[in-house]
Design a protein around this ligand. Structure first.
Ligand code: NAP
Length: 446
């Protein structure tokens, strides 16, 4: 990837550190547009790829706040999904319920960051001492964290999960994970491939209440095909007699996971010490309306579920980037038109900050190509005024220099990469991620 970019620069403690997924046209040199992409996650790379592929003279510099590139490709995707590697935004949505800050309650984002070696989450030390864990939310991230909690160690050991998290999971007492959704089986947010993987997870059995699925076969006749197939898989697993092999596996399983529907979180309950979570109070809901837009409305009935580990997996959200840049806090996006930031000529956005935290890698790829296309069109039509007085990276470098910031370059990253791969080799893994930024910087100190 390094060779396809004109120059790649990872900055450490950059003043631009929260401008993920951004591109601003900085300058021209001999009519060569110099483009600055802030954030080296999938949106940043796909935007860059399209620009370089379709503009012979374009020069792109990618900036990153961490000493290592690739954003949530490195830090977000489950370690046992090396073929997917992608999704991202800067923060998680908050439940906004009492007890959310008790010990034993974590955002799935922090938990994912912890097992993926994200420096800010390396000291999370999640409490895995209880038998039952509750994951709030029924999206793909919820399935990711449930799968990592329940996966046999032999599977995890071969991934790039960090050694520290692997050791903690090896001592984990968690043997049951409930994924709790506020709506019904027809509104789950996860997708079929991820569900199938969960159903087939060695050493585990699914807990699906037949009553939740009875009669769904008729209802789904007219729903779009992906939702229909997904529901059919749940119905089959819940209502049909398993085959011999599956029945044997489920009978000998030592761990289990299940889906609870029409349950909305009300309060995290504390243990006698007032510090530790001991369970969750949930409101039983009913659905108003039908299909994707059905709303969960409390029935007045309340339940309690005992658990010592609660992971809130209700979606990610982007943060406002800079007071000078428009931001819609409700939608968590930068108002834009095909990636052109409203009222800010020359500034573009792509990725989740452009459209919200939805979709898989291919969605981000297409969306980033669209943004890059807007840049190319604006270059072609002359909407963008290139000026040789703007020096692009040259001027950024002198700002960094005056502030005493030493950027980490792509070749520096290659040294960190080589060290991680070498350490991984010793442990039979693709890499052993270094989780301490200071250690990374020491590796490349000249
Ligand atoms: P998501 O797909 O938006 O799912 C969020 C879940 O949280 C939904 O079940 C939602 O229920 C629930 N929820 C939201 N607010 C809630 C609240 N206040 N109380 C209770 N429940 C609430 O988010 P995600 O799982 O974080 O995934 C984000 C994106 O990354 C998705 O597009 C996902 O497909 C993608 N991803 C893909 C992969 C992969 O390709 N393997 C892996 C991980 C993530 P409602 O529907 O009722 O709002």
């Amino acid at each position: 990837m390094g060779s396809s970019c004109g120059r790649v620069c990872w900055k450490w403690r950059s003043p631009l550190r929260r401008l993920a997924g951004f591109s601003r046209l900085l300058s021209t040199a001999a009519l060569a547009p110099q483009i600055c992409v802030v954030g080296s996650g999938p949106a940043g790379f796909y935007t860059t790829q399209h620009l370089l592929k379709h503009h012979r003279l374009a020069r792109v510099d990618i900036y990153e706040k961490l000493p290592v590139p690739f954003g949530l490709v490195r830090f977000g995707v489950a370690p046992d999904h090396p073929e997917v590697k992608s999704y991202g935004a800067e923060d998680n949505r908050i439940l906004g319920i009492p007890g959310e800050n008790l010990s034993g309650v974590y955002s799935a984002r922090a938990f994912v960051g912890w097992y993926n070696g994200l420096p800010e989450n390396r000291d999370l030390k999640p409490d895995l001492s209880s038998e039952t864990a509750v994951v709030l939310g029924q999206g793909n991230v919820a399935l990711d964290v449930a799968r990592v909690l329940l996966s046999p160690l032999d599977i995890l050991r071969k991934t790039d999960i960090t050694e520290g998290s692997l050791a903690a999971i090896a001592c984990s007492k968690v043997k049951r994970v409930w994924l709790v959704g506020r709506r019904g089986p027809l509104q789950v947010a996860f997708t079929i491939k991820e569900l199938r993987e969960m159903i087939n997870l060695p050493g585990t059995r699914p807990l699906l209440a037949p009553a939740d699925f009875t009669g769904l076969g008729d209802v789904i006749k007219d729903v779009p095909r992906p939702r229909k197939r997904l529901t059919e898989l749940m119905v089959k697993s819940a209502l049909e007699k398993p085959g011999e092999k599956e029945a044997g596996r489920w009978a000998s399983a030592t761990k289990e996971w299940g889906l609870k529907f029409r349950r909305s979180p009300l309060e995290v309950l504390s243990a006698a010490d007032g510090k530790q979570a001991r369970g969750i109070r949930i409101a039983v809901t009913r659905l108003e309306g039908s299909g994707e837009s059905a709303r969960a409305v409390p029935t007045g009935e309340v339940e309690e579920l005992e658990c010592g580990l609660i992971l809130s997996s209700i979606g990610y959200r982007s943060l406002p980037l800079d007071s000078a840049i428009p931001f819609d806090p409700k939608l968590g996006i930068i108002p834009n038109s095909l990636g052109r930031v409203q009222g800010e000529p020359g500034l573009y956005c792509s990725g989740w900050v452009k459209r919200g935290p939805t979709g898989v890698i291919i969605t981000t790829m297409n969306d980033s190509f669209d943004t890059a296309q807007s840049v190319l069109e604006d270059l072609q039509t002359g909407v963008l005024h290139l000026s040789s007085s703007k020096e692009g990276f040259k001027s950024v470098r002198s700002i960094l220099h005056s502030r005493g910031v030493h950027p980490v370059t792509f070749s520096d990253w290659e040294k960190i990469d080589a060290a991680e791969v070498a350490r991984g080799k010793l442990a039979g893994k693709p890499r052993e991620k270094i989780v301490d930024p200071q250690e990374m910087l020491q590796l490349i100190s000249h």
